[in-house]
Design a protein around this ligand. Sequence first.
Ligand SMILES: [Zn+2]
Length: 335
Amino acid sequence: MFSKYLILLLLLSSFVFLGCKSDQSASDKAEVTTEKVSQVKSVEPQKVLEKPKAKLVKTIKATKSNSIAKVKMSEKLFNYCKKVIKDSRYKKLNSDKICQAMSKNEGCDSVKDRSIFHFEKKAKDSSQGQKILVISLIHGDEVPSGQVAYSWIQRLIDLNPRNTWRVIPMANPDGFFSRTRTNANKVDVNRNFPTADWEEKALNRWRTVKKKDPRKFPGKSANSQPETQCLVDHIAEFSPDFIISIHTPLGVLDFDGPKNINFPKFKPLPWISLGNYPGSLGRYMWAEQNVPVLTIELNNEMAVYNLEKFDKLQDISGTVAIQAIKKAKKKKVAK
Ligand SMILES: [Zn+2]
């Protein structure tokens, strides 16, 4: 008698359990389908349902890459922007003027939820200019690189430039405030870009060649960090013809781009080609997308307040960009 009841009870409870489960998955599907209908009309429902949630978000982002929403520069963001410039002792810079001109893309926040700002100035003749993207402080402890980016922004505000410039002066704010190369997850953002060889080589190279150097950890997977995602989205949205990445302390101008460029002399920093690595911006953009990358490696002696030198460096970068883009585009057509 007792065992009869037990069997009945077991049957009943498993029915209830299965019933709940199937209800739950039905509502999950309904949610994904609604999301799909309202946001990515061109993707077939079956394909979307097969993908895990993270991938779905990425698909939506990629489809909408030309229209990333801008966050309004609230008083709070404006004050934060000013604080960054003040804390960094960038005395010769007008933080009011710079921060008033700054924008922020939706989703451009660090691991610790700090804003990643950018500035954009269009070319005086948009039909002729090229698009140059400047990224600075991707390594948070390379403080003078931020100095260059902010000084270029200040200068661009009053200029009618040949090219359209977008400048991201502080790509790794958590690293900047903790004075670490890596972000708050201890990942080197400049090894986390989704290069085609990332899965095969990035972690392997870090373990063997780099002997697990904690400063160069590429992360557990490609494009896993919010800072990397912000930069990848900027690249997709802005579609730059040329990238300038500002670093310290090697004291060179490292160029990943077409050969036979007429490099203008810049006495403090000689031209050199250091190559690029799995997960790095140079490999992601030049080796894979044919967009030349100039890496400015400042040296430690470069006076932090020598803004005139930085002006010259900006002009030189613009001149090299125009030459390199012409050659890179020819190469693209020939392919
Ligand atoms: Zn660096």
